[in-house]
Design a protein around this ligand. Structure first.
Ligand code: GRF
Length: 193
């Protein structure tokens, strides 16, 4: 039986699309059961809906308290009988209300070689630091931002003439390969798949 994975997005959702594409492979051990977003205009939500995937928009603007938004999202995720959650460009700082119920089952992809460059503007920071390599990391979500156990990483070179945008594009290509494989491996090794 394929494991049921929910995906959280805030924007384009190119990583979500890569996960959906990989889930259609004959040897995939998961299906994308639902896609949820905190933004109604997230491009990825319209795309997921067109694919026939269950979608949910819960606008964070409707909630004064961060915890109240997280509780609402958690209620939805619980209703979907999920085995795991993949955060994919979900641009929210999550509280324990959302993280604790899924700890050990919630993954994130971050566009840096963690533990370097937690948070935002990772590519700009790598360039400014003079790094000669950059990359992306799939990790488990814990209560500390971008801090959980690392599951997989991919590396790319930083070119002398790179801008944050050119570097981001190079890293993103690797993200789309790394995340589906890391999720598949995670579900096998954690005996969730
Ligand atoms: C990716 O670079 C991801 O690592 C970061 O935000 C970006 C989201 O891109 N967290 P997309 O929405 O998956 O296209």
């Amino acid at each position: 039986m394929k494991k049921r994975v929910g995906v959280l997005i805030s924007g384009t959702g190119s990583n979500m699309k890569a996960l959906v594409a990989a889930s259609h492979a004959a040897d995939s051990n998961y299906e994308i059961a639902c896609v949820a977003s905190n933004k109604a205009d997230a491009g990825g939500i319209a795309w997921a809906r067109e694919q026939g995937i269950a979608t949910k928009v819960i606008s964070h603007r409707d909630y004064i308290q961060r915890e109240a938004f997280d509780a609402q999202l958690n209620t939805y995720l619980k209703s979907q009988n999920l085995d795991a959650i993949a955060c994919a460009g979900f641009m929210r700082i999550m509280t324990p209300v959302l993280i604790a119920p899924w700890q050990g089952k919630m993954l994130n992809i971050h566009p840096s070689l963690l533990p370097k460059y937690k948070g935002l503007h990772t590519h700009q920071r790598a360039i400014e630091a003079g790094d000669n390599e950059a990359g992306c990391t799939v990790h488990l979500v814990t209560l500390e931002l971008d801090d959980g156990p690392i599951l997989a990483q991919a590396r790319v070179p930083v070119h002398a003439d790179d801008t944050p945008d050119t570097l981001a594009a190079r890293v993103l290509i690797e993200e789309h390969k790394l995340y589906p494989q890391a999720l598949k491996d995670f579900l096998i090794t954690r005996n969730l798949g």
